[in-house]
Design a protein around this ligand. Structure first.
Ligand code: SAH
Ligand code: F3S
Length: 450
């Protein structure tokens, strides 16, 4: 049977989609290749959020095709995911050697299409059509190829987004919001737990909108909180996380869930985008600086040690120095544990792309650097505060960089390295933090209280 290599760009949802495609192909008898150079099939799962991510995938595809041609190797190559969806046929016009373009509602068809291509029944397949119920089709898990070694898994709970932030291409690449049922999600989580998974991250572009149409509020609990409650009931599941909520839908019921549900980890990724009310309005975000600060305050009141992470865009059209300073001051006030900073990138067919006052790249660069300096300074202080503390970690496995070290994650989602061994794999254990490195904590195994 053929071998496949899948390279993933972008977010955790893309990671999850790639895993589901890989699992689907493995179930059909494919093997997983270690690199594109030895694979019969190469799939690039793409991201469209910024132009840079698209260019990276296109350049990679050019390289893959060029190398295979110069070595006279037969190889089936394809794009899938967000850029496949938004560019479709245009991709095969640009790169005529591409055999497959698979949209975001078609991941479950990967095996069927590859069979046809490999058998020579069809020369090229481009499928970016909408497909009803595709949100429930991403079910298979690979669990790193072995159920025994995977302790942590992602579960996709919904697809799409209806928020239409003016900068964002996701509503067009991922389509309208479509949620799975609570029963279906719980069944998938149960199955994962029965295979040894101890931590589940629930995924969606805007999880606070989960199931809004299908599950009316119950005892003041939104559909998403009802889902958290249901997943929390699963015996043997030690940790629950989710990403990403939207500040607009971040109700007190969700804050209370952190206080109420002991297995919901104290970690929150809440995209801010800007600290200026004027820019938030132009972005169509649907909340104010004050509302955002209120959420953070309530979360910290409920869970003082909660790790808070965010996304910020700098250089949005019309962003003035004063607007940008509002973002800086909000970061100083909130003291994020970390923030992902993005330079604004014009996306086709989004309202922001045609707004006046598109800022020069140099301004975007300069603000990116200033904000990064501030965020890193705060993050480093937060890391240093861990020294001497005892924290619970879930051990994921050997470190990729140094096999003598094992890696685990704290409940607040920080990576901890320690001198471990195979017996620690999948264990929840306490370690004492000795020192910090760049975005890593080092734990002392001597105080492991197993
Ligand atoms: N709802 C998703 C957002 C997906 S996009 C989530 O919350 O994870 C991930 C991040 O990319 C966004 O939060 C935003 O900060 C950034 N982003 C989106 N569109 C962008 C654009 N046009 N330019 C720069 N950054 C962008
Ligand atoms: Fe994009 Fe805004 Fe939805 S950032 S994914 S349109 S919440």
């Amino acid at each position: 049977m053929p071998s496949v290599f899948i390279k993933t760009y972008g977010c955790q949802m893309n990671e999850r989609d790639s895993e589901a495609v890989a699992a689907q192909l493995v179930a059909k008898g494919y093997s997983l290749a270690n690199s594109e150079a030895v694979a019969d099939v190469v799939l690039l799962n793409t991201c469209s959020v910024r132009d840079f991510a698209e260019q990276k995938a296109i350049n990679k595809m050019r390289n893959v095709i060029g190398t295979a041609r110069s070595e006279k190797r037969e190889q089936i190559v394809g794009f899938m995911g967000c850029m496949a969806q938004s560019r479709g046929k245009e991709l095969v016009e640009k790169l005529p050697d591409v055999d497959l373009v698979l949209g975001t509602q078609k991941f479950h068809r990967a095996a069927e299409y590859l069979d046809e291509l490999l058998a020579g029944k069809r020369a090229k397949i481009v499928d970016t059509d909408a497909e009803a119920k595709s949100e429930a089709a991403i079910r298979e898990h690979l669990l790193n190829g072995s159920a025994k070694t995977s302790v942590s898994a992602f579960v996709s709970i919904m697809q799409g987004c209806n928020q239409h932030c003016t900068f964002c291409i996701v509503p067009s690449t991922r389509g309208e919001e479509r949620s799975r049922t609570i029963d279906d999600i719980v069944a998938e989580c149960r199955e994962l737990v029965s295979r040894g998974v101890k931590e589940i991250t629930l995924l969606g572009q805007i999880v606070t909108s989960f199931g809004k149409r299908d599950y009316p509020a119950l005892d003041g609990k939104s559909a998403f909180v009802q889902l958290l409650d249901a997943v929390h009931e699963i015996k043997g599941l030690e940790r629950i996380r989710f990403t990403s909520p939207h500040p607009k839908g971040y109700g007190d019921d969700l804050v209370e869930a952190y206080a109420r549900l002991p297995r919901l980890c104290e970690s929150a990724h809440i995209p801010l985008q800007s600290g200026s009310d004027r820019i938030l309005k132009l972005m169509h975000r649907g909340y104010t600086r004050e509302k955002f600060l209120g959420i953070i305050q309530k979360l910290r009141a409920a869970k003082p040690n909660i790790g808070i992470y965010t996304d910020i865009i700098v250089g949005f059209p019309g962003e003035t120095e004063e607007d940008f300073e509002q973002t800086l001051s909000l970061c100083r006030e909130v003291q994020f544990d970390n923030a992902y900073i993005f330079k604004y990138s014009e996306r086709r067919d989004t309202p922001a792309a045609t707004m006046p006052d598109q800022l020069p790249q140099a301004v975007r660069e300069e603000r990116n650097e200033r904000l990064l300096n501030l965020v890193n300074e705060i993050a480093a202080q937060k890391y240093d505060a861990f020294i001497g503390q005892q924290v619970q970690i879930l051990v994921e496995g050997p470190s990729k960089k140094n096999a003598a070290r094992y890696t685990g994650r704290t409940r607040c989602n920080r990576i901890v390295l320690f001198d471990g061994s195979a017996r620690h794999q999948g264990q929840l254990m306490d370690v004492k933090i000795e020192r910090t490195g760049s975005f890593t904590l080092y734990g002392d195994p001597a105080v492991v209280n197993l």
